[in-house]
Unconditional design. Structure first.
Length: 84
């Protein structure tokens, strides 16, 4: 992956992390923690969704949408692990 692709993933992940923190209110890790979760969620969405047959698409909005879904799922799973 080239450097600009990594920067794009970080940017999209930061937005997705912020959005997922708003969606999963009460399960977040604060602004910085949610941004990190969003970056990991963006990476997961970029690898898992195409493997499942979902097209991530080439647009910024669709990338943010799928990354947000990935971050919300990740926050949910982390919340389950923290409760256990």
């Amino acid at each position: 992956m080239e450097f600009s692709g990594v920067l794009a993933m970080v940017f999209i992940g930061a937005i997705a992390g912020w959005l997922s923190g708003k969606i999963m209110e009460g399960r977040g890790f604060g602004l910085i923690g949610n941004i990190i979760v969003g970056i990991v969620g963006a990476f997961l969405a970029g690898t898992i969704f195409p493997a499942l047959g979902f097209a991530v698409g080439g647009g910024l909005v669709s990338s943010i949408f799928f990354a947000t879904i990935g971050a919300v799922i990740l926050l949910f799973l982390i919340g389950l692990i923290r409760k256990a």
